[in-house]
Design a protein around this ligand. Structure first.
Ligand SMILES: Nc1nc2c(ncn2[C@@H]2O[C@H](COP(=O)(O)OP(=O)(O)OP(=O)(O)O)[C@@H](O)[C@H]2O)c(=O)[nH]1
Ligand SMILES: [Mg+2]
Length: 225
């Protein structure tokens, strides 16, 4: 008797999130801000990658970021070194961000004054996959130290992402990373998924990533006009 009730509650939570995400997406589009979210396991390198991204973009664009964690504002402090507006969302026991949390965290920020908004999700390869945040582009990050099989073991998060970022490429040799196997695994769970390889530490692949991002933003503006 209990099982259907539990299912029903979960469906309503997801539906409420979808409605909130739709409203956010419309707001982002009206303001002309391109929104990118990042999901991955804990420690894949989301904050390191985002810090380098913010540093590269800030000369030419107006950028800001929200970052979610269960506890601490460590990531917000790290990102603030890029000298752009940053807000930490502390979720307590919740293992993902929800659209309503984004709405609240944005507060009085004027979206019209932003070109890019980044959202770093809580480190988790499972929970964030069901929650739309109204973003234009969802990145899933996987580091070479996590193992090539992760797309096979956590397929949903790879299904719901638009692009995969393979991080910590500077460590690939040290951990015997099998690049071909990793790419086969990405393609087997999500045929056609675009994968970019980077190292936030030494800067490999970062210029190509920025160029990719600028192109995506340009395309979305053309499609929206
Ligand atoms: N060698 C190397 N280390 C990296 C790279 N990117 C991140 N790291 C290190 O990996 C560790 C985790 O990086 P974070 O950026 O905190 O990872 P995260 O995904 O934001 O972690 P959570 O927010 O806790 O989920 C840190 O010690 C980073 O210095 C990289 O490109 N190369
Ligand atoms: Mg982080």
């Amino acid at each position: 008797m209990n099982a259907p009730r539990i299912l029903e509650v979960r469906r309503q939570v997801l539906k409420a999130n979808d409605l909130a995400a739709r409203a956010l997406r419309e707001e982002f589009q009206r303001a002309g801000v391109y929104v990118v979210s990042l999901v991955s396991s804990p420690g894949t390198g989301k904050t390191a990658f985002l810090e380098q991204t913010l540093r590269k973009l800030r000369a030419n664009y107006r950028v800001a970021a929200l970052v979610g964690d269960l506890a601490t504002d460590n990531d917000a402090k790290r990102l603030a070194r890029a000298e752009v507006p940053i807000r930490q969302i502390t979720t307590g026991t919740v293992c993902h961000l929800e659209a309503e949390m984004i709405r609240t965290a944005l507060g009085e920020w004027s979206l019209n004054e932003l070109d890019f908004l980044f959202i770093e999700n809580v480190g988790n390869l499972v929970c964030p996959s069901s929650y739309d945040l109204g973003e234009d582009l969802r990145l899933v990050l996987l580091s070479v130290t996590e193992g090539e099989d992760k797309p096979l073991k956590y397929p949903t998060i790879f299904h719901t992402a638009d692009v995969a970022i393979l991080t910590k490429m500077d460590l690939a040799l040290a951990v015997d990373f099998d690049r071909d196997q990793a790419h086969r695994n990405f393609q087997s769970v999500r045929p056609g998924l675009q994968v970019l390889e980077v190292s936030s530490k030494v800067g490999t692949g970062m210029d190509a990533w920025i160029e990719f991002l600028e192109n995506r933003r340009r395309q979305s503006k053309t499609a929206g006009s």
